[in-house]
Design a protein around this ligand. Structure first.
Ligand SMILES: O=C(O)c1cc(C(=O)O)oc(=O)c1
Length: 307
């Protein structure tokens, strides 16, 4: 097989992240990360919008152990389209220490859904970020919702803040729990107390089963500083947004590394320093225990929450 050319300018994941200074709560979950390929075993989807470097399950689990996490939630990356084989393989290799979020098409068979569930999938992802996916008709998304609702799964939503007004009613009509990726991608040059973020907070308030990942400061930050070179006070411009959400919704926030950090353009963070960003958004040990342990366990491992 010819090796696939990475997207020009692609930044590979950090080869030697430090160990976090922060002591994570026992049983902490990295609730948003991906696997890419490896392409030789799990080719990237023809409809993908980028071609990444490989990032295998073994490499993800090595990072998990190095950073001090106990578990992972692996989210299907758009470069694999609706081909969930790399995700399922990673879940099976995890020995029960990973759960997953898949991408499925409306025609997915019951047998395939059952196989995904048995492997540890507990949700599907709907992506509205135009640089990542072609538009999926809402009728198709609705068909998927009807198929996954009986399994007790949730829907993970990835969208840009500017599109929320148009999508809000559709989102709120989905009759299963919703999980918003990456803080709903606010424009952090605006005020965290301003009208745009107020709209996002109002969306979170609209239903008690809307969850939010306060992840990806490295993606949202405009003025940094980056989590590199020992910086333990990184991405200060994102802090007011993330902290606001953690303080108002302490029981429905999640956090993940987003390793291997697809499509970063500016820098590749040191994942250890990225973990050290957490006390800025969840200042107490109690808030961090909910963010990193209680909440993801309730959503992804309800059968052994607290163990
Ligand atoms: O912002 C991104 O580029 C991005 C891409 C993907 C994906 O390709 O699935 O996932 C993410 O969580 C973030």
């Amino acid at each position: 097989m010819t090796e696939q050319q990475k997207t020009p300018g692609w930044l590979d994941w950090h080869p030697s992240p430090g160990r976090p200074a922060l002591e994570l709560p026992a049983g902490a979950v990295d609730a948003h990360c991906h696997v890419f390929g490896p392409a030789a075993a799990f080719p990237y989807a023809p409809e993908r919008k980028y071609t990444p470097c490989d990032a295998s399950a073994e490499q993800l689990f090595a990072l998990r152990d190095h950073l001090g996490f106990a578990r992972n939630v692996i989210v299907q990356a758009t470069c694999h389209g609706a081909d969930n084989r790399a995700l399922v393989d990673a879940l099976r290799r995890s020995g029960g220490r990973a759960r997953g979020v898949a991408t499925v098409k409306p025609g997915v068979s019951d047998a395939e859904l059952r196989e995904l569930h048995e492997a540890g999938v507990r949700g599907v992802r709907f992506n509205f970020v135009r640089r990542l996916v072609d538009v999926t008709p809402r009728a198709d998304l609705w068909d998927v919702v009807e198929r996954i609702a009986p399994l007790g799964w949730h829907v993970v939503l990835y969208f840009e803040a500017a599109d929320l007004a148009e999508l809000r009613e559709f989102f709120l009509s989905i009759p299963v729990p919703l999980v918003v990726d990456h803080l709903g991608r606010p424009d952090v040059s605006k005020d965290a107390d301003g009208p745009e973020f107020a709209e996002f907070l109002s969306f979170l308030r609209a239903r008690e089963d809307v969850w939010c990942k306060v992840s990806c400061p490295e993606r949202l930050s405009l003025t940094g500083p980056p989590a590199l070179d020992g910086e333990r006070d990184a991405y200060r411009d994102v802090v007011p947004f993330a902290r606001r959400v953690v303080e108002e919704f302490p029981d429905r926030v999640l956090w993940g590394t987003d390793w291997p950090h697809p499509n970063l353009k500016d820098h590749m963070p040191d994942d250890g320093l990225l973990v050290d960003f957490l006390p800025h958004v969840a200042p107490s040990a109690e808030l961090r225990r909910r963010l990193l342990m209680d909440n993801p366990m309730r959503l992804y491992w309800p059968e052994n929450e607290g163990s």
